[in-house]
Ligand binder design. Structure first.
Ligand code: OMP
Length: 277
C-alpha cells in the first residue's frame, strides 16, 4: 500500500489527525545523571512503550525521532527497533531523520531507514539538495514509502533561510511546496511537507502552493504553536490533509492518553467547523 493511502485509511478509521511523537529526551527518563547507557536504553524503551500503550487508539501515526536513539550509542538502534515492534501494524510510522545528501549517499540512508528497521513507512527529509537527494527514499524499491520534506520548520531559525524571498516573487519555502507537488506528479512519489504550527501565515501559503499535499505541522505544545490557527490555515477543503505531531505535550502530561484524546477532540472541533463552512 502506498504510504498516503495507509495514512488516510488510519486517519479515517479513528477520526484523528494526531501524530504521536516518540522522543525519549534524557531529562524525561527520570534517571540519575550517573545512569549507564544500558539503563538509559531500558528507560527509553519503557518511556516509548508507555506512550504507545496509552495513545494507540488516538494515534493516526507515530513519529519516533531517531536522534534520541542514536544518542544512546550501539544499543540505541536496538532500542529503536524494539520500540518500532511495539507499534500496531495498522498505524503508520514516520521515522524522523531529516536526511539530505547526494544520491548514492541518500540511497545508503534509505537502506538504513527501511531495510534494517521494522515497520518504517515514511521519513522526514531536507529538500535543499534537490530531487536526486529525495528520489532514493521514494522511488523504485521504495516507491510505496513516503517522505515529508522540510518546508517551513517550526523553529525561530526557519526565518534565516526558508522565509527568504526569491527573485521569482515567492519565498524559498513556497518554492519547496510547489516543487514537492511537481515531483509527486512527475515521479509518482509520495511527498508531504513539514510546515511548523508556529507560523499560521506560512501554513496558509504552503497550502496554497501545494493544495493536495499532506502537511506535518509540528510545534503544538512545548513550542507554543497555536493549534486552532494552524489548523484553520493548513487544513484542506475537506478538513483533512494535515497531521499534528506532538511529543512533549503528550509525554510530559500527567496522563498521556488523556492528553492525546484532548488533542484529537480539539483538532476535530476545528475540522468540523471548517467542513460546516
Ligand atoms: P515537541 O515540541 O516536543 O512536540 O517535539 C517536536 C518534534 O517534531 C521533535 O521530534 C522535532 O524534532 C520535530 N520537528 C520540529 O519540532 N520542528 C520541525 O520543523 C520539524 C520537526 C519534524 O520534522 O518532525
Amino acid at each position: 500500500t502506498p504510504f498516503f493511502v495507509k495514512l488516510e485509511a488510519r486517519c479515517k478509521d479513528i477520526q484523528s489527525l494526531l501524530c504521536v511523537g516518540l522522543d525519549p529526551h534524557f531529562t524525561e527518563l527520570q534517571l540519575p545523571a550517573t545512569a549507564t547507557l544500558e539503563q538509559q536504553c531500558d528507560a527509553a524503551f519503557s518511556f516509548c512503550k508507555t506512550i504507545i500503550d496509552a495513545t494507540q487508539q488516538y494515534s493516526a501515526c507515530y513519529k519516533p525521532n531517531a536522534a534520541f536513539f542514536e544518542a544512546l550509542g550501539d544499543h540505541g538502534m536496538i532500542t529503536l527497533k524494539r520500540v518500532l515492534q511495539e507499534i500496531p501494524p495498522e498505524i503508520p510510522v514516520l521515522l524522523d531523520v531529516k536526511r539530505g545528501d547526494i544520491g548514492t549517499t541518500a540511497a545508503a540512508y534509505a537502506q538504513a531507514a527501511f531495510q534494517h528497521l521494522p515497520n518504517v513507512d515514511a521519513v522526514t527529509l531536507s529538500p535543499l539538495m534537490g530531487w536526486d537527494s529525495i528520489a532514493p527514499f521514494v522511488t523504485e524499491q521504495y516507491s510505496h514509502k513516503g517522505a515529508f520534506l522540510l518546508c517551513k520548520t517550526s523553529n525561530p531559525g526557519s526565518n534565516d533561510l526558508l522565509a527568504l524571498n526569491l527573485s521569482t516573487n515567492e519565498t524559498l519555502f513556497e518554492r519547496i511546496a510547489a516543487l514537492s507537488q511537481q515531483w509527486s506528479v512527475q515521479h509518482g512519489a509520495s511527498l508531504g511537507l513539514v510546515v511548523g504550527a508556529t507560523d499560521a501565515s506560512a501554513l496558509k501559503k504552503a497550502r496554497t502552493a501545494a493544495s493536495n499535499a499532506w502537511i506535518l505541522a509540528p510545534g503544538v505544545g512545548a513550542q507554543g504553536g497555536d493549534l486552532e490557527a494552524a489548523l484553520e490555515a493548513g487544513l484542506n477543503a475537506e478538513g483533512s490533509g494535515m497531521l499534528i505531531p506532538v511529543s512533549r505535550g503528550i509525554s510530559q502530561a500527567e496522563r498521556p492518553g488523556v492528553a492525546a484524546k484532548e488533542l484529537v477532540d480539539a483538532i476535530n472541533a476545528v475540522r468540523d467547523k471548517i467542513v460546516a463552512g
